[in-house]
Each structure stands twice: as structure tokens, then as C-alpha cells.
Design a protein around this ligand. Structure first.
Ligand SMILES: NC(=[NH2+])NCCC[C@H](N)C(=O)O
Ligand SMILES: [Mn+2]
Ligand SMILES: [Mn+2]
Length: 311
């Protein structure tokens, strides 16, 4: 058990990924800008973090003129081009192990970029996926064709035959992946989780054991000696829609405000957290007050990951 942090500086690379090609709803590409306008960088500065911000405002220029469905997946060329490019950027930021990497989505297909980059820099890392959804559909199992429901099938190497995603390496071993917050998992995904033996903690487990125990069980599953780097991928739809209403695929019965923050606080406390994604904030959905609340909670989750505590 280590008691010092992997990241020993207070340097942070914040990477915006204003991207909506992994799902059909407009607006999620506006998430990063709204989070920045809300003052996230100033908040981090107040906490002593020195940040650099890469907004990636030009990713929509990678949208091809024609992007037909391939093997059930929508916009495969666009998603592939953007995530491949940003993966290099994330790897560059993470490579020296002396900076925290915070990525702001964008829809959850951007995990193809963030996980590829972070695991390129930290091959022994584990991945904690906080989400209402499992996002592990294969091209063969997806009903929607939306790639934000599929990134983990590529990243775990169970989908290898899609022509547009040959660049994605299977960097995440099933025993290094765990979930918290699941409550809307497709039948095909349930099969995949069983087959791969992935330890998943649904809202049923949160109700049964409480969030404190669930986070320890999740860490025991993927990081038993508490010595491996942690990448947290936090989809705000893991939170209850009353807490984070402005998101594209809300599902009732989610994490409370405190449960969401507790996960971030506890992972910070391990000293092992090296990267966090905050995704699926869509400020164009619901009313203005809902959008404000969702952006605000995205900022406070990020701060909790970076050491903000209640006392
Ligand atoms: N990142 C998300 N919000 N994903 C939602 C995925 C929903 C559904 N399982 C699908 O594959 O379409
Ligand atoms: Mn997701
Ligand atoms: Mn989700």
C-alpha cells in the first residue's frame, strides 16, 4: 500500500473535446465551453493547480463529407478521426507522469481517445467507469448504432473487426475494468459482462451496501494492492436526473449528489488517480436552470477528483 501520490506536482492538463458524433443529439459538443465559462480553471487555480487548457475547437473540421453506416455504427469515420487525433494529445499530456489529465466531453465515444492515451502512458492502469450505461456494445450488439454506447468493446479488445477502428488497441484487460452506477444495460451487454467476468456495481449494489463499501469493492476488484494508476471515466448520467438533468440519455434512479462526489473524493484520497473524464454534459437540453445545475455539478466533481474536501 503506497501513501504517496503518483502525480507529485500540481500541474494539470485540461483537454476539451467538443464532440457529439457518437450520438444523435445536438448540444453535447457545447459541454466543455460551458464548463470553462462556469469558471473551472479559476476554481482549480484557487486550489493551487496550474492548468493548461486545450479546447480543440476545431474537431468538427474532421467531419467527412460522407460517413455512411458501417457494421451498424453511425458516423464511424468522424468518430474515429476525432478520437484518434485526441488520443495522441492525451498521450502527450500523460506521458511524463507529472501532470493530471482532465478531459471534458463531449459524448462518451471520446473515451476511445482518453483511455487509449492514458493507458498508452500508464499501461498498468485500471479503469473505473461511472455510468448508468455499460458502453460496451459491439457493432454486432448495438441497437442504436451510437458509438458512445460502444467504446469499451474496442478498448477491451472484444471488437477487433471494424475497419474504422483498427487503430484502437485493446489496452484494458477485463480484470482492470469496473463499473459503478449501472442501471440501463442492454441484453447483449449483460452477456458480454458475464463472459468477460467484469466486476460491475449497479445501483442495486449502491442501495444494498452503500457507496462507501461499493467504492472499496470496486477498488478491490481492479486495484487490490492499491498500487496501480487509476483512470476515472465519469458520465454525468450516472447521477440521478434530478442532480444532472441536462444529458442525452438520462435514466432515473441514479447516484445522489453526495454519492457522485464521494466516488471522486475517495479516488483522489488513494493518491492513485491520474486522469478523469467528465462526459455527456449537454447544456442544450432541458431548461437553463437545469443546464446550469449540470455544468455546476460537472465542475464540483472535477474539483473533488483534484482534492477538494468538505473539511
Ligand atoms: N454514453 C452513453 N450515455 N451511452 C448510452 C448508451 C445507450 C445504449 N446502451 C446504446 O448503446 O445506445
Ligand atoms: Mn457513458
Ligand atoms: Mn451513460
Amino acid at each position: 500500500m503506497s501513501n504517496r501520490s503518483i502525480i507529485t506536482t500540481k500541474d494539470i492538463s485540461v483537454i476539451g473535446i467538443p464532440f457529439n458524433g457518437g450520438q444523435p443529439r445536438e448540444g453535447v459538443q457545447g459541454g466543455p465551453q460551458k464548463i470553462i465559462e462556469h469558471g473551472l480553471l479559476e476554481q482549480l487555480d484557487t486550489m493551487g493547480w496550474k492548468s493548461t487548457y486545450q479546447p480543440n475547437d476545431d474537431v468538427n473540421q474532421l467531419c467527412p463529407v460522407s460517413d455512411p453506416v458501417v457494421m451498424n455504427l453511425k458516423n464511424p469515420k468522424y468518430v474515429s478521426a476525432v478520437t484518434n487525433k485526441v488520443a495522441q494529445q492525451v498521450l502527450e499530456s500523460a506521458r511524463s507522469h507529472d501532470k493530471f489529465v482532465l478531459t471534458l466531453g463531449g459524448d462518451h465515444s471520446i473515451a476511445l481517445a482518453t483511455v487509449s492515451g492514458i493507458f498508452g502512458a500508464y499501461p498498468d492502469a485500471c479503469l473505473i467507469w461511472v455510468d448508468a450505461h455499460a458502453d460496451i456494445n459491439k457493432p454486432e450488439t448495438t441497437d442504436s448504432g451510437n458509438i458512445h454506447g460502444c467504446p469499451l468493446s474496442f478498448l477491451t479488445g472484444i471488437s477487433t473487426n471494424h475497419p474504422d477502428f483498427q487503430w484502437v488497441k485493446s489496452v484494458v484487460k477485463p480484470e482492470r475494468l469496473t463499473y459503478i452506477g449501472l442501471r440501463d444495460v442492454d441484453d447483449g451487454e449483460k452477456e458480454i459482462l458475464k463472459e468477460l467476468g467484469i466486476k460491475a456495481f449497479s445501483m442495486h449494489h449502491v442501495d444494498k451496501y452503500g457507496i462507501g463499501k461499493v467504492v472499496e469493492m470496486a477498488l478491490d476488484a481492479v486495484n487490490p494492492n492499491r498500487d496501480l494508476p487509476i483512470h476515472l471515466s465519469f458520465d454525468v448520467d450516472a447521477l440521478d436526473p434530478s442532480v444532472a438533468p441536462s444529458t442525452g440519455t438520462p435514466v432515473r434512479g441514479g447516484l445522489t449528489f453526495r454519492e457522485g462526489h464521494y466516488i471522486c473524493e475517495r479516488l483522489h484520497e488513494t493518491g492513485l488517480l491520474v486522469a478523469t473524464d467528465i462526459v455527456e454534459v449537454n447544456p442544450a437540453l432541458e431548461d437553463e436552470e437545469s443546464a446550469f445545475r449540470t455544468v455546476q455539478v460537472a465542475c464540483s466533481l472535477a474539483r473533488s477528483c483534484l482534492g477538494e474536501s468538505l473539511l
